[in-house]
Design a protein around this ligand. Structure first.
Ligand SMILES: [Zn+2]
Length: 208
């Protein structure tokens, strides 16, 4: 397939769905992990209900619990495989703070689901101090999403570098979004065929 564009692109923009930012009270502070997780789950749910992307939500907060940025999955509407909720939230946090290292602002990333391999890598490179997740990766894979090569060692690596990782916070509420997505017939996309056997390294977890 040949590219339909005559010229190589020189920039790109990422636009959040129209409903998202106006729905947020800008001065609101989120006091604890549960409140922040409930918020990112609500973003994921709303993204499903409004059919503006996949069943994932994320946000970056500073150390005081002030919202820095939000993200929802935009893969299908933007036709862009990397626009997962965590990537969108991190891109917008970097953009807002004009800094490539979010640790300098005490930032923390909250995601409605365990990050995929790409987002876990981006979490590390962003410099966030904490990663807090809702639904376990199994909830996403049950629906058909491939989370890629994420291993227990991947989380251990982040923890060894000083990133606090908390998983399965408000798990039941977070998993509910996937059930809703399936009910609504949401599109399940993956970079590669899902009927292939899992890589040997994933089965044995010895190769990482
Ligand atoms: Zn991801």
């Amino acid at each position: 397939m040949t590219c339909v564009m005559n010229l190589l692109p020189v920039s790109l923009s990422v636009k959040l769905p129209d409903w998202l930012v106006p729905s947020i009270e800008p001065s609101r502070r989120f006091l604890d992990d549960s409140e922040r997780m409930r918020f990112v789950i609500s973003l994921a749910r709303e993204n499903v209900i409004r059919q503006t992307g996949g069943p994932f939500g994320a946000a970056v907060f500073d150390e005081d619990g002030t919202l820095v940025s939000v993200g929802v999955n935009l893969v299908v509407p933007a036709q862009n495989s990397v626009l997962h909720a965590e990537i969108v939230a991190l891109l917008l946090a970097h953009h807002r703070l004009r800094n490539y290292h979010l640790d300098r602002f005490g930032c923390e990333l909250y995601s409605s689901c365990d990050p995929c391999a790409m987002c876990l890598g981006a979490t590390f490179w962003s410099g966030v101090r904490r990663l807090v997740c809702g639904a376990p990766r199994e909830a996403a894979t049950e629906v058909g999403f491939d989370e890629g090569p994420v291993f227990p060692e991947s989380y251990a690596y982040l923890r060894d570098r000083g990133v606090t990782v908390i998983r399965r916070l408000l798990e039941t509420e977070a998993c509910e979004v996937f059930r809703l997505y399936r009910q609504m017939g949401g599109e399940v996309y993956n970079g590669h065929a899902t009927d292939l056997p899992a890589p040997a390294s994933e089965q044995t977890q010895k190769d990482m």
